[in-house]
Design a protein around this ligand. Structure first.
Ligand code: SF4
Ligand code: SF4
Length: 290
């Protein structure tokens, strides 16, 4: 496996979030007033997604780390299996759940649930669901992933934001969250990819080096069909880099690249963790400043 020293940053940041968040919750009052967490999440989910893609999901989210671990253990113990019917009707219906949860967060009387109970439910869903279907929680239940997907349909979300701003001026109440959630869901299951956006960071495949072995897709937690595309714009891709590490033929590169040979600008598996670390540092500066 190809490893750059900066590549290890991903694991370090994920573990810091996985271990640090519960410790902060148990031993300090910092997480009780959730406003700074909102700053962090708003910045990393919104800003990072516009510019780079789902860096939060792959580099910081502790639930993403747990889901990936379940996937890797399952792959190791049960063996490599192609995921059948990735976009089948039952799976497409399941994908709607995360948008329903996202919309439900904005209902006026959301029932209060203790943090511990919520985390217990999520961890159970990650492990039990992950055995049934890879990355079950991320694909079907996570409202942060639903938010990321909506943002990745940049033209759509900008249009919805513009309509919201115009109607706010006229006093008409526009159901912003419901429209964003329904639109995001329909776009996800119809297009299955987010091609036209500002996101600069992608996995690129060199067709001259690729032998079509398919090892990349088997290593991908979301079973993205990488060998059929030149540039991965799949809606599920969270830039984890597992496919790049797995390819023995050096056919995959992650970065801000041109697809023409020798014309790559910035490329390297280290770019995603570095970008995440910089965004994270900027988020903390923003929190301290406010
Ligand atoms: S692992 Fe590499 S060579 Fe094999 S299909 Fe994927 S990109 Fe091509
Ligand atoms: S396509 Fe590659 S970078 Fe994207 S989720 Fe799959 S393994 Fe990770």
């Amino acid at each position: 496996m190809k490893r750059h020293p900066l590549d290890k940053l991903r694991m370090a940041m994920q573990l810091a979030f996985l271990i640090g968040m519960p410790l902060l919750y148990i031993f300090t009052d910092l997480l009780k007033g959730m406003h700074w967490v909102s700053y962090l999440f708003v910045w990393l989910i919104f800003a990072a997604n516009f510019l780079f893609g789902k860096l939060f999901c792959s580099h910081l989210c502790p639930f993403g780390l747990l889901s990936e671990t379940v996937f890797k253990l399952k792959r190791k113990w049960i063996g490599e299996k192609w995921e059948i019917g990735r976009w089948s009707l039952p799976r497409n219906l399941l994908r709607s759940l995360k948008y329903i949860f996202l919309a439900a967060l904005f209902l006026p009387d959301v029932p209060d649930m203790s943090g511990t109970l919520l985390i217990a439910i999520i961890v159970t869903a990650i492990i039990a669901g992950g055995i049934f279907d890879n990355m079950f929680f991320c694909k079907y239940l996570c409202f942060a992933n639903a938010t990321s997907n909506i943002i990745r349909f940049t033209v759509f979300i900008l249009a919805v934001l513009a309509i919201n701003a115009i109607t706010a001026g006229t006093g008409i109440r526009f159901p912003f969250v419901a429209v964003a959630a329904i639109g995001g869901y329909l776009l996800e299951i119809y297009f299955k990819k987010a091609e036209y956006n500002l996101s600069m960071l992608h996995v690129h495949r060199d067709v001259h080096k690729c032998t079509g072995c398919g090892k990349c897709s088997k290593a991908c937690p979301f079973a993205v069909d990488i060998k059929s595309v030149k540039r991965v714009v799949d809606i599920d891709c969270n830039l984890c880099g597992e496919c790049v590490r797995e390819c023995r033929n050096d056919a995959l590169k992650m970065g801000i690249c041109n697809t023409r040979p020798n014309q790559n600008r910035i490329r390297g598996i280290w770019f995603a963790p570095l970008a995440t670390a910089i965004l994270l540092a900027m988020a903390f500066c923003w929190i301290l400043y406010n």
